[in-house]
Design a protein. Structure first.
Length: 476
């Protein structure tokens, strides 16, 4: 089959029809240029998208090239960009990982906006060989030998698939097509940079393997196809087990019972964990087999370890018998805690009620001494405070976040100061909410930390004449 026939066969096999809008990820390189040319020649309903990673000076020229290509074809053009180097540093990811994630986020968000039926990328048979070798080197297990799919639903969108219509096309065919139709693709100089693993595999490992067997690449894909057929059957079975035992109703979080998990066969356990990691992993890379084994060990640890960090910024938590997999580095909270989103001031001489965070409000007013009553705790926290009004030094008080290293003199400790961090630890306040916990400040003194007793300095005594009353409201 020629390239056009291979592309048609791939899309038709995956039930993508000619009238379905497909968003093509086009860089201007040979592979994506040929993909766009083929689909346009076949009168397919397409739109082109270019994403600038801001890593190379040529990107502006490449964007203009793809935009001109879309005008020549008479199809819509969309573009996006991101500071990949900055993102990688900030999120502690590799350049490749950050670029892949941002690129796919752009492609799928654009596809959703324009109601595209699929997102298409131009991976070729040579890319498939390189991907399988990368998986072998990283120890991804049998699933990694399957390589990329011509059709897959990814973590980037629950309904819009990612398709690869050139996955059966060799790079030599791409070059011949460019010559045949006088196409002049842009060449990415970074494809020659051997600091990237894929490029080292392409330029060093594959030629070496071909010196042992000239048909190595074809044979590797033949092996992959055999495994793919077997895995297709197993994947259906494992997928059914996954749907039966894993709660995946919450966004970016999966949960299952370790008791139920340990009742299924070992092979199914590995497959379910792989399915979980793949579903949460917003990259196009396979999770290696060692990651699955680490997670299995975590589930079965006798000392009941509570947390495990995983690749791709994923985390596993243990809560009672349940295992929770999530993108968050903290265990999801079961209830709401007060979080202050800035600094707010108020005049204590006037009644007020202000919003200090998402669904968090603070109320304050002066009251006669007779209005005092013993505060009633809620889940161990005190959300109202009674203070001696004349002990407050400033007319204007401030609400802000707790500062690192601050100390507090809570009522009931006879004037003893303690670190606010110790106060949180003693009350078992989750670490992720401590930095934005609100404090009501009188000059340089903390008058009250909501959830706790007010400061000893503002205690009510026999000489109290008037009370200053504060109450925090948290939406449930």
């Amino acid at each position: 089959m020629d390239i056009q026939q291979k592309v048609l066969h791939s899309l038709n096999t995956n039930q993508i029809s000619k009238n379905d809008l497909i968003l093509l990820g086009v860089s201007g390189g040979p592979d994506s240029l040929v993909m766009a040319h083929v689909l346009h020649a076949l009168n397919w309903n397409i739109a082109l998208a270019y994403f600038d990673h801001q890593l190379r000076s040529q990107s502006t020229m490449e964007k203009a090239f793809v935009q001109q290509l879309s005008e020549n074809h008479g199809v819509p053009f969309y573009s996006g960009k991101a500071d990949i180097a900055g993102t990688a540093q900030h999120e502690r990811k590799s350049i490749e990982e950050a670029a892949r994630e941002k690129r796919y986020l752009f492609l799928f968000s654009t596809a959703q906006e324009i109601n595209a039926k699929a997102v298409a990328v131009a991976h070729t048979a040579d890319d498939q060989v390189e991907t399988i070798l990368m998986h072998i080197l990283r120890g991804s297990g049998t699933r990694g030998l399957v390589g990329m799919q011509t059709y897959s639903v990814t973590a980037f969108h629950p309904n819009i698939p990612l398709v690869r219509p050139l996955l059966d096309v060799w790079r030599e065919e791409i070059e011949e097509y460019c010559q045949q139709f006088s196409l002049s693709p842009k060449q990415d100089a970074s494809n020659q940079d051997k600091t990237y693993l894929r490029n080292r595999i392409r330029h060093e490992l594959i030629p070496e393997l071909q010196s042992y067997n000239a048909g190595f690449k074809t044979n590797l894909l033949h092996m992959s196809d055999i495994i793919k057929e077997d895995w297709g059957f197993l994947d259906q079975r494992y997928g059914a087990i996954f749907n039966e035992i894993v709660d995946h109703t919450q966004n970016n979080q999966l949960q299952f019972s370790s008791v139920t998990f340990n009742q299924i066969p070992i092979g199914a356990q590995k497959a379910v964990l792989y399915h979980c990691l793949t579903k949460l992993n917003k990259t196009d890379e396979q999770m290696d087999h060692q990651t699955v084994l680490r997670l299995m060990e975590f589930i079965n640890l006798q000392e009941r370890k509570k947390h495990l960090s995983l690749p791709a910024q994923l985390h596993a938590f243990r809560k009672d018998e349940y295992i929770i997999l999530t993108h968050s580095s903290f265990l999801p909270l079961e209830k709401s805690y007060p979080q202050c989103d800035g600094e707010y001031s108020f005049d204590r001489g006037k009644p007020f009620r202000i919003k200090i965070g998402n669904e968090i409000e603070l109320e304050g007013t002066m009251r006669p001494k007779e209005a005092y009553r013993k505060p009633i705790p809620s889940d161990g926290f005190y959300w109202e405070a009674f203070m001696d009004a004349k002990r407050i030094k400033n007319q204007t008080l401030l609400v802000r976040r707790i500062l690192a290293g601050e100390r507090y003199t809570p009522l009931g400790m006879k004037g003893k100061q303690i670190k606010v961090s110790d106060l949180f630890i003693n009350k078992k306040v989750p670490a992720q909410v401590r930095k934005s916990w609100p404090a009501i400040v009188d000059g340089s003194l903390i008058a009250w930390i909501p959830g706790f007793a007010p400061s000893h300095i503002y205690r009510i005594g026999e000489d109290t004449e008037e009370i200053y009353y504060l109450k925090l409201y948290i939406a449930k």
